[in-house]
Write a protein that binds this ligand. Sequence first.
Ligand SMILES: *[C@@H]1O[C@H](CO)[C@@H](O)[C@H](O)[C@H]1NC(C)=O
Ligand SMILES: *[C@@H]1O[C@H](CO)[C@@H](O)[C@H](O)[C@H]1NC(C)=O
Ligand SMILES: *[C@@H]1O[C@H](CO)[C@@H](O)[C@H](O)[C@H]1NC(C)=O
Ligand SMILES: *[C@@H]1O[C@H](CO)[C@@H](O)[C@H](O)[C@H]1NC(C)=O
Ligand SMILES: *[C@@H]1O[C@H](CO)[C@@H](O)[C@H](O)[C@H]1NC(C)=O
Ligand SMILES: *[C@@H]1O[C@H](CO)[C@@H](O)[C@H](O)[C@H]1NC(C)=O
Ligand SMILES: *[C@@H]1O[C@H](CO)[C@@H](O)[C@H](O)[C@H]1NC(C)=O
Length: 570
Amino acid sequence: MQMSLLQPPTIRMGLLLIVISFVGICQSADSQRPPNIIFILADDLGFNDVGFRGSAQIPTPNIDALAYSGVILNRYYVNPICTPSRSALMTGKYPIHTGMQHTVLYAAEPRGLPLDLKILPQYLNDLGYTSHIAGKWHLGHWKKVYTPLYRGFSSHIGFWSGHHDYNDHTAVEHGYWGLDMRNGTDVAYNLHGQPTTDVITKHSLNVIASHNATKGPLFLYVAHAAVHSGNPYNPLPANDDIVSKLSHITKYKRRKYAGLVMEMDDSVGKIVAQLQKYHMLENSIIVFSTDNGGPVEGFNSNFASNFPLRGTKNTLWEGGVLGAALVWSPRLTKLPRLAEQTMHISDWLPTLVEAAGGKQALGNFSAAILDGMSLWSALVNDSISPRKSILHNIDNIWGSSAITVDEWKLVNGTNYNGAWDGWYGMSELRHPSDYNWDQVTKCVTGQAIQKLKMLPSRADQIRLRRAATLTCQNDNRGAVCNPLISPCLFHLAKDPCEKNNLAKQYPKVLELLLKELQLANATAVPPSNKPDDPRGNPRLWNYTWTNFGDYSDSKNNIITNSPIVLQNCI
Ligand SMILES: *[C@@H]1O[C@H](CO)[C@@H](O)[C@H](O)[C@H]1NC(C)=O
Ligand SMILES: *[C@@H]1O[C@H](CO)[C@@H](O)[C@H](O)[C@H]1NC(C)=O
Ligand SMILES: *[C@@H]1O[C@H](CO)[C@@H](O)[C@H](O)[C@H]1NC(C)=O
Ligand SMILES: *[C@@H]1O[C@H](CO)[C@@H](O)[C@H](O)[C@H]1NC(C)=O
Ligand SMILES: *[C@@H]1O[C@H](CO)[C@@H](O)[C@H](O)[C@H]1NC(C)=O
Ligand SMILES: *[C@@H]1O[C@H](CO)[C@@H](O)[C@H](O)[C@H]1NC(C)=O
Ligand SMILES: *[C@@H]1O[C@H](CO)[C@@H](O)[C@H](O)[C@H]1NC(C)=O
């Protein structure tokens, strides 16, 4: 019998009614309660380095289990390099609109993501969330107001710059060298020797364990150092025990890279298990995404694979911008599936805010002039994406730009003078049948998802993985593309590997895309890059990277005492 909560309680039935209505309220509140949001961002992960995309070389069973029981994002774009991509994630804006479009933020630069921009945790906090970050920030730290605790996060264990050594936590950059590991705004000397992936995982688990749901939902941003390379003296600091399990990978450096990927996969499993342990999993949205395409064949001293896509990290080819990603949540319908909805990393802000119940705040987004669009309803119900075009970037310093409109992509100019315009990592494939399906079921995430009865049959998993495996025909109808000479045009639906330049065959389409690019270019703000500030040199600050701008002015006068040693030689 359905008990109406509106039924007037009689004295005799009072107690019974109270009990029943309590249960009823809990149940309905549960499905309507705003979801916890766990955003796991891998650093520099290649498109071809997750099992669910068809590679069998690196075991990623935890990530794959989420993919096979959630939504694989098949047309999901990121920016081609760290800072621009992270700025788009946090602000919902293209980097050309925040000044973050040119290369990364270097650790001694006196700049950061502009402070007038409201960012994702701040939007979510306004909806009752508590936000935490574990891992890499890379959006500015020269003054503390640019750092996570001043921008909506309640805690941060991690680092401020773009990369560091996974064991000693120092970052070498432009001849400067210093420790970069923080607990909030304090230097975390105590974490020396603890592998970064473990530190990030531990903080994530602590945040989940101590989250008090009666105070609202959780936003946890897990920004891995993995699988970015470390310092030149040890570029791929993977755990030897894990690397030794990967003897099927013949190239040693690729094997070490694979070890970093596996450690990160393991972390995903621990986080999922912790969410389940604290009864949060069934009310969570988990996003797993790379920040940009993988650095291949020694690029940045790393050995990712984006095969069969063209290019590498920091190029505007698909290999630089088509990201490996998935979204998992019991709130999504028609699961599992491969999503064809076009999406850009800047879309997460409005998408997650809508998922968090902040649809009315969407009205305010137009005032904030977001480039991101909410895909929440498109992703939940598998309906059409509102997004028709993606500006991949315009970098007027390097002279490169690219835009996709519907199925067409324009590439004008290129970085590295064309040195990284090829296809890489073909030898990184093992035969797809080598894939270990048992691991998907047996791994921690597979187990957790089975408890929710969300893991599909093996046949469905195989079908999904096959659909997510990209192949390219050798159809050479088009011309060879040299974007340093003239803009190239590709039809991505037929040619995701960018082999056939159709600029000559489709002059009208080319013209239309060039016009779109010019329109976008007219709205660009100047890039905010600054030369390294000598005050940022860690040598001056007890060999730590710090918020030097708070302690000294541009004339090198000390304006307030630093909590860490300042040597007398600015
Ligand atoms: C961070 O600092 C807090 C407060 O001092 C402390 O309780 C916590 O254990 C520290 N975390 C780590 C990982 O060192
Ligand atoms: C959770 O928060 C509520 C409301 O502030 C408080 O009453 C309760 O004691 C907290 N629970 C724990 C375990 O801290
Ligand atoms: C829109 O922004 C204004 C100013 O920040 C704020 O006062 C208002 O509550 C917001 N409206 C909604 C619907 O979020
Ligand atoms: C999904 O579709 C259902 C049925 O049409 C609708 O009630 C619901 O609001 C949709 N969800 C979202 C997030 O748009
Ligand atoms: C290509 O980009 C360059 C700048 O990088 C720009 O000057 C040029 O106008 C662009 N080409 C076209 C055809 O728009
Ligand atoms: C964008 O506009 C600037 C001038 O404001 C110009 O120098 C640059 O070449 C343009 N870039 C592209 C890609 O058209
Ligand atoms: C300087 O760094 C060392 C570790 O390298 C640390 O033990 C010491 O406490 C630091 N000094 C200050 C003043 O922070």
